[in-house]
Design a protein around this ligand. Structure first.
Ligand code: T5A
Length: 226
């Protein structure tokens, strides 16, 4: 049976990586096979492109070219990691996916929507997430978390953008969610990590019912967490 595909989206410091990892552990505790992955990156080729994008080296080329580079990375990631994992019956949990291109390059970068649509079709085809969890926090809180984690290190290409940019980003992700309510669920991620994880688990349970997903017969369900 083909696995399920869950994506995490949202602004900087909303807790996507943290919650993606917590959800992966919870699903594995049920005996399910999980592929935890991220964008940009998630395959050897895409990780090289990630470095180019997040270093800011491609910024002078403009948002159209950045969108193409994110797409090239996504194409490699989909072909080398996501599709093989889904075909093997794994639950794929991906930290950012196509909505990020739509929001960062499309809405914020003002890349023509027709180009965004073509790029998405080329890289993603008919692969749609079964569930997209959009984590939402006030911009100041997200940036504070990132600053705390970064310490003295230099902010990356997108962390370095203005507060106004991050405000628009937040609104754009909420708009994406409003346009696709069957696929997207917005979760307030301002609470402590464990409380956010419980809300996510309830959503995944209600939407995808992992307890009933077939598992290998030798694997027993030994769920952790409350
Ligand atoms: N991008 C990406 C595009 O422009 N277009 C695209 O198509 C794609 C795919 C990726 C960048 O690329 C852009 C978007 C991004 O700017 P990245 O380094 O992968 O860069 O950055 P992000 O995806 O934004 O990930 P971050 O790590 O910055 O944020 P997360 O994943 O939302 O947050 P997380 O989990 O790492 O947590 C941040 C800190 O907060 C703490 C964590 O411990 C950590 O220290 N934290 C909490 N603290 C208190 N309470 C909670 N509930 C907490 N949850 C987490």
């Amino acid at each position: 049976m083909r696995g399920k595909f869950i994506t995490f989206e949202g602004g900087e410091g909303t807790g996507k990586s943290t919650q993606a990892a917590m959800l992966a552990l919870r699903l594995e505790s049920l005996g399910l096979s999980v592929q935890l992955t991220r964008e940009p990156g998630g395959s050897p080729g895409a990780e090289i492109i990630r470095h180019v994008l997040l270093s800011g080296a491609a910024k002078p080329l403009g948002p159209d070219v950045e969108a193409m580079l994110f797409t090239a990375a996504r194409d490699d990631h989909v072909q080398c990691t996501i599709l093989p994992a889904l075909d093997a019956g794994k639950w794929v949990i991906c930290d950012r996916f196509a909505d990020s291109t739509r929001v960062y390059q499309g809405i914020l970068g003002q890349v023509d929507e027709r180009l965004i649509n073509v790029l998405e079709r080329v890289s993603v085809g008919d692969l749609a997430p079964d569930l997209t969890i959009i984590l939402d926090v006030p911009v100041e809180l997200g940036l504070e978390r990132i600053k705390l984690r970064r310490g003295d290190a230099v902010p990356d290409r997108f962390e370095a953008e203005s507060v106004e940019f991050h405000q628009k980003l937040r609104q754009a992700f909420l708009a994406v969610a409003a346009e696709a309510p069957d696929r997207c669920v917005v979760i307030d991620a301002s609470a402590p990590k464990e409380a956010v994880a419980r809300k996510i688990w309830n959503t995944v349970g209600a939407r995808l019912d992992p307890m009933t997903f077939p598992i290998a017969s030798e694997t027993r369900r030994t769920e952790v967490g409350a």
